[in-house]
Design a protein. Structure first.
Length: 338
């Protein structure tokens, strides 16, 4: 018996050692977290246990059963003649009740995390929208007194580049205030496809001193920007490393140096009869993810809010494209013909 016990201890110690060693590797840590979430939060059995009725009924039933056994256990034949069975039934009820409390506690923790983060992010987004709209309103009111009857009102009051730079600064502040990020952990860029030379370049970037991966390399390679351009829809990857393994993100030197992060890309296209502008707006974090990649609800919420923010940039890019189409593209085209 002693040998058997020693062998069991050795086997158990070996299993624990292997498990602890596996935690060194990111893919195994992710697997364990995913397994834990699936086992105790995201499956049909757990959702049933989290049912509000069962959460109230199980503890009540367990308490009533205990009182019945304690008060009438020695008087009722159905109890005293079946003591073993009642012990098993009561033990099962206790285990199930405790499991229900554990599951509820874990569920509340997951939901509070997602709910609090979403609420705080939504409040920040509302403030961002207010500041952006107020800035534009102030500019329109300032310019309204300078307009001339025969002047070009559209060209005078629309300043899309100024507005885009304002929005980019507000997005950066939103990320800094809501995700405990530092400025060197955030980069927002807008890639543009020049309709005349058909080349891609960065027209806007929040970190101009950084050495960025060439825009054309991202567009022609396996990247979130290329995926976004291909499907014509916003793309969000909570974990860049996982996206890279799926061939949907290009890991730069900075990514390898700083660690994991998240990426969001948004397509902004303006199409005229003889002119087309293609833009890809990218929001990238370094060294810190915007949310848990296992939390699909929070990922969807972040993607939705980022899409709303980028639609405001898209509006300004569209105005800018219209101005370029009217005042630059056709002028240059006419000159080249002449």
């Amino acid at each position: 018996m002693e040998n058997v016990s020693n062998n069991q201890i050795i086997i158990l110690a070996g299993v624990i050692s292997i498990w602890l060693f596996s935690l060194v590797f990111e893919k195994y840590r992710y697997f364990y977290r995913k397994l834990f979430r699936k086992a105790l939060y995201e499956n049909t059995v757990v959702r049933t246990i989290r049912n509000r009725f069962l959460q109230v009924f199980l503890p009540g039933l367990t308490g009533a059963y205990f009182i019945t056994l304690d008060v009438w256990g020695e008087q009722w034949d159905i109890i005293k003649n079946n003591t073993d069975k009642h012990e098993v039934a009561f033990s099962i009820l206790i285990v199930v009740s405790l499991l229900a409390l554990l599951v509820r506690g874990i569920a509340d923790w997951y939901e509070d995390q997602s709910g609090d983060a979403y609420k705080k992010f939504l409040e920040g987004f509302a403030l961002l929208t207010t500041r952006v709209v107020q800035k534009k309103l102030d500019r329109f009111k300032d310019e309204s007194g300078k307009l001339k009857p025969n002047g070009n009102t559209f060209k005078q009051i629309t300043q899309p580049k100024e507005q885009i730079n304002l929005i980019l600064g507000e997005i950066e502040s939103l990320l800094l205030n809501n995700f405990s990020l530092k400025r060197n952990q955030i980069c927002i860029t807008i890639m543009h496809n020049d309709p005349q030379s058909d080349t891609w370049y960065y027209e806007y970037e929040t970190n101009r001193s950084w050495k960025h991966t060439k825009a054309i390399k991202l567009i022609e390679g396996k990247s979130a920007a290329a995926e976004c351009l291909s499907i014509g829809e916003p793309v969000f990857h909570a974990c860049k490393r996982q996206a890279h393994k799926k061939g949907k993100y290009y890991l730069s030197e900075r990514d390898n140096r700083t660690g994991d992060g998240s990426v969001f890309c948004y397509p902004a296209f303006t199409i005229n009869s003889d002119y087309r502008d293609n833009y890809i707006i990218s929001i990238v974090t370094y060294g810190r993810r915007l949310c848990d990649p296992l939390d699909e609800q929070q990922s969807e919420a972040i993607s939705e809010i980022f899409s709303d923010i980028c639609r405001r940039i898209d509006l300004e890019l569209t105005l800018n494209s219209i101005k370029k189409w009217q005042y630059e593209f056709h002028t240059n085209k006419s000159r080249s013909v002449a």
